[in-house]
Design a protein around this ligand. Sequence first.
Ligand SMILES: [Zn+2]
Length: 353
Amino acid sequence: MRNRRAGILAAVVAAALAAVVACTGPSSRPVAFEPSRPQTAHPVATTRTPQHTAPPPAVRMVRWHGPVEELFVHPLVLEPRLAFTSDTLGVGFQHYFVTALEFQRILDQLWQKGWTLVDIHKAAAGTVRVPAGRRPLILEEDDVNYYRYFQGRGLATRLVLADGQVRAQLPDGRLSDQDVVPMIEAEIAEHPEFSADGAKGVLGLTGYEGFFGEHHPKRAAVQHRLRALVHWLQGRGWTIASHSWGHIDFTTNSLSSIEWDTGQWKAIADPIGLHTDVLIYPFGGRPSDEVVRYLVRAGYTIQQDIDDVPRTVHRDGATILSRRHVDGYAFEVPAQQRAFYDVATVRDPNRPR
Ligand SMILES: [Zn+2]
């Protein structure tokens, strides 16, 4: 039974990989994006003949004065047939998740439609810059925890740092690049102007099953791995955010239970050297002034809710940014996604109608 399932898994993942690779096409020039000075290197030489072509023009960065759009996804479904079943959990996956194929198509369309990833701190401070002619976007992944309920449903099991790259581990132990972090890294490698000033994305973590799929965060070996992973991510332009420890609703829980929950999250984060000023409200609910002020005192000066407009509110010492969800529910309202992606061409053929 186990072998049979592993075989199916390998076949489906291989098919998904092939589809996504075909979708992105061959990699274009791997020129580093350095906004402050002209690009001179052009390492893709096809012959040994000395080349005296002019360097490509420098990218001109311009200040952005409007609101900054934000989109978020959950961990990617790698095998739709395991995730998108007709039971309650399967319907939940259909509503709240996208597949790796869908995410790759969304990334390509975001690039084609002129979006460029920017740093959330710059967005909160109003100091965003983008390459001239492009628009800023914050891209986020919530619940990067690879919960136990993912098991057997065709998702990855944890994030690992392997040979200097972040990759997703599959249930059979193999490593995959079909995950939000490696896919965004690859998109930027292919299109350097997809990132402004080195920005990547925001990763929101709960704590009740550990971080990044490591379910035993008190073990020394796990803490060692998590510390290296966090160091790599933060050093490469990723922002890690709290999504509360228990995925609690900040609008209904008492202040004392929110304080307890905050302490639980920090008890995992502190030993691995993870400190963050960004908090993502679970369920998108907007808490009371008292709770917002407490969260500011706890260090979360950037807080995030969910809405279908880009909004920045300065309130009780916090900057509160709104984000749009990208999932099966969003796919039901294609007109609202049109500025970012076209639902009809993004939709995975293995997603039930
Ligand atoms: Zn969540």
